[in-house]
Design a binder for this molecule. Structure first.
Ligand SMILES: Cc1cc2nc3c(=O)[nH]c(=O)nc-3n(C[C@H](O)[C@H](O)[C@H](O)COP(=O)(O)O)c2cc1C
Length: 412
């Protein structure tokens, strides 16, 4: 298998009390296939030693114009050119202000001016410093030049204040780094994804559900975010607590009826004009629910218990009907089967037609349920089927969006 190219991250660390968190962040990114080279401000060294970063990254740390680490090269320009992305985390109010005004009196500021790579800034500071109109104006000016910001978290701050100013979590920062280095073919597009199982209540303590983990839809949501989309994720009960980018809007539901309402709401009041650009219905919606939900726990007895089941709404079909002959939303359905690939292919083709979908992704239960990998067939209108062999769900998600992109290009 071909190894993916490592992402080259220049990590700028500045003089914030959160500077120690940059060590964990560097490791987090390295574990996910990044090469990290650190450049520190003079103040940052008051909070954490360059030796920490040198030991973690195995790379020299850039600290001063006058002690260049690469003889013969102009260090800060070499770093600026080397980077696939420049990340400043934590970024002080001072560094943000200087970057906004184009100062270059430190190696980090010079890298920010010299680089052609995308820049991501994760601020960390006292809430009043963050909310100060001058800081906000500086952030706004940098954003206008294409710099991406990772909004700090709200909570207790080291300075004793409560409010927004705490450095974002490594996962959140990393999602922005990935977004910065991913081609933005979904920028400005609205993408709605449904995922996970639904639960159909029998009584207050029991329900009918299925083995779906929701991981495929989560991977799709993350991929769409990295490609620049505005993502809404409607999800049933998920296993674990996935670290999604905070900019993904999540709607948590339990039953098929709730999922139907949430999905239809995303179509807006006038779907012909305001429907999302892409909808991917990856949820494993329960086909049946108990006709009657008991409001009291059903007592155990030795007699057989009969529960009458009735059909749940077919959400994909309903969205397909609302879509009608309109181009939007580009509608992707999922089909899960047991059996073999031949049966899966014929069911995927049938479902594509029956639900008025533009693309149908077929997967076998044994390949996908509760797994980190999947193996899929992507069937397009006209019957063209693309087979994607077992791969991580993040890679499958990428391939699905590649196919969506090809199909939407050929539509327009
Ligand atoms: C204990 C302490 C903690 C600090 N924490 C922060 C902080 O979290 N955010 C911030 O913007 N400035 C903070 N400062 C102030 C910066 O260190 C100061 O503005 C410095 O000039 C920043 O320089 P630099 O941006 O070049 O690293 C702190 C200062 C001290 C003494």
């Amino acid at each position: 298998m071909k190894r993916a190219k490592k992402t080259r991250v220049v990590l700028g660390v500045t003089g914030s009390i959160a500077a120690y968190k940059a060590a964990e962040l560097a490791r987090y990114m390295m574990k996910r296939g990044c090469v990290v080279r650190v450049v520190m401000s003079e103040s940052a060294e008051q909070f954490i030693s360059p030796l920490t970063f040198e030991s973690l990254t195995g790379q020299p740390v850039a600290r001063s114009f006058w002690e260049e680490t690469q003889p013969g090269a102009i260090g800060h320009i070499a770093l600026a050119d080397w980077a696939d992305v420049v990340l400043v985390a934590p970024a002080t109010a001072d560094t943000i202000a200087k970057a906004a005004y184009g100062f270059s009196d430190s190696p980090l500021l010079a890298v920010l001016l010299a680089t052609k790579a995308p820049i991501v800034i994760a601020p960390a500071m006292n809430v009043n410093m963050f909310e100060h109109s001058q800081t906000q104006e500086n952030i706004h000016n940098l954003q206008a030049r294409g710099v991406m910001f990772v909004t700090p978290e709200s909570g207790d701050l080291a300075c004793g204040w409560k409010g927004r100013g705490r450095l974002a979590q490594p996962a959140e920062i990393y999602h922005h780094v990935r977004r910065a280095v991913t081609p933005q073919d979904l920028r400005g597009k609205r993408v709605v994804i449904s995922t996970g199982p639904t639960r159909e209540a029998i009584d207050p303590v029991r329900f009918i559900s299925n083995r779906s983990s929701g991981k495929m839809g989560l991977s799709l949501a993350v991929e769409a975010f990295h490609r620049g989309a505005e993502v809404t994720l409607v999800h049933g009960p998920l296993s674990g607590s996935p670290k999604l980018p905070s900019l993904i809007r999540t709607i948590s539901i339990t039953s098929a009826d709730e999922m139907r309402s949430a999905v239809l709401t995303t179509l807006g009041r006038d779907p012909a004009h305001h429907a999302p650009d892409i909808m991917i219905m990856a949820a494993a919606v329960a086909d049946y629910r108990p006709e009657i939900e008991s409001d009291q726990k059903i007592k155990k007895s030795n007699a057989p218990l009969n529960i009458q089941l009735v059909s749940n709404p077919d959400i994909l079909k309903e969205v397909g009907e609302i879509k009608g002959t309109h181009e939007r939303p580009f509608l992707v359905g999922f089909a899960v089967e047991t059996g073999d690939t031949e049966k899966l292919l014929s069911e995927a083709k049938r479902k594509l037609e029956a639900k008025n979908a533009d693309l149908l992704v077929g997967n076998l239960a044994q390949d996908s349920f509760d797994k980190d990998t999947n193996k899929v067939l992507i069937v397009s209108k006209g019957g063209n089927a693309e087979e994607i062999d077992t791969a991580r769900k993040s890679l499958i998600a990428k391939r699905i969006f590649d196919t969506v992109a090809t199909n939407t290009r050929s539509q327009s």
